[in-house]
Design a protein around this ligand. Structure first.
Ligand SMILES: C[S@@+](CC[C@H](N)C(=O)[O-])C[C@H]1O[C@@H](n2cnc3c(N)ncnc32)[C@H](O)[C@@H]1O
Length: 220
């Protein structure tokens, strides 16, 4: 799928949402190397996307792999409501209730965290990763995509943007995130019971320091 047809597909998916949300989702689509993340899902039967927001990754994943069973979890009820509104006809199960995860009663081939951990204090990462590891099949895959502190010029650009969103546009609330080094993520994965299979820069062609870490759940 080229970018233009994917944009058309996303417009169909999100047509019921307010216009500014549609614009936000379109911009989000353009700034992240989704195709490289979706490649990781080849051969998988199901996925749980943690911190799924409006469900963009899952919509794109289902476009590429129509048979993939998709579940999305986000603690922001408003985003989950919009995600559900977006594709009422699609087979994506969204929940904002952690107990809802238990009722799915299935274990996943893959769990993803896409630009989620950076918004959570690092001291909580291991606990959160362990908590969601329970929903993975033995040997299942964990995908973590974040923006990191390297290369320096992309890091500085990213921080300047965050500062503008927080202090000037007041688009986001809270403290400016710290963007740790890739090593901080790999250490957290290992401490939470994952073997790190792959770590790679995903920033080629983007002015943001996108980075991917893929882990495999160790069998207990
Ligand atoms: C920057 S957004 C990324 C959304 C989506 N993954 C994407 O890439 O478009 C971070 C998301 O993580 C969610 N989030 C943060 N902490 C969470 C937690 N502990 N449990 C579930 N969702 C969380 C937020 O509500 C938000 O929707």
């Amino acid at each position: 799928m080229n970018k233009l047809s994917t944009i058309r597909y996303l417009r169909q998916c999100y047509t019921g949402l307010p216009f500014r949300m549609q614009v936000f989702i379109l911009v989000r689509y353009l700034v992240c190397p989704w195709h490289l993340l979706i490649e990781q899902l080849d051969g998988m039967k199901n996925i749980l996307d943690v911190g799924c927001g409006h469900g963009l990754f899952l919509c794109l994943a289902q476009q590429r792999f129509p048979a993939l069973r998709c579940c999305g979890f986000d603690h922001d009820e408003k985003k989950i409501r919009l995600a559900r509104q977006a594709r009422p006809h699609a087979d994506i199960n969204f929940s904002s209730d952690p107990d809802g995860l238990i009722s799915w009663q299935e274990k996943f081939d893959c769990i993803s965290f896409i630009d989620v951990l950076y918004s959570i204090p690092p001291a909580q990462w291991i606990e959160i990763l362990q908590q969601f590891r329970r929903y993975l099949k033995p040997g299942g895959t964990l995908i973590v995509k974040e923006t990191v502190n390297h290369p320096p010029w992309k890091f500085r650009l990213c921080m300047a943007q965050e500062k503008m969103a927080l202090q000037i546009l007041r688009y986001t609330k809270g403290d400016a995130p710290t963007l740790p080094s890739p090593g901080v993520y790999t250490s957290a994965l290992k401490a939470a019971g994952f073997i790190v299979l792959n770590r790679q820069r995903l920033d080629k062609g983007y002015p943001w320091p996108h980075y991917l870490v893929v882990g495999k759940s160790m069998t207990d």
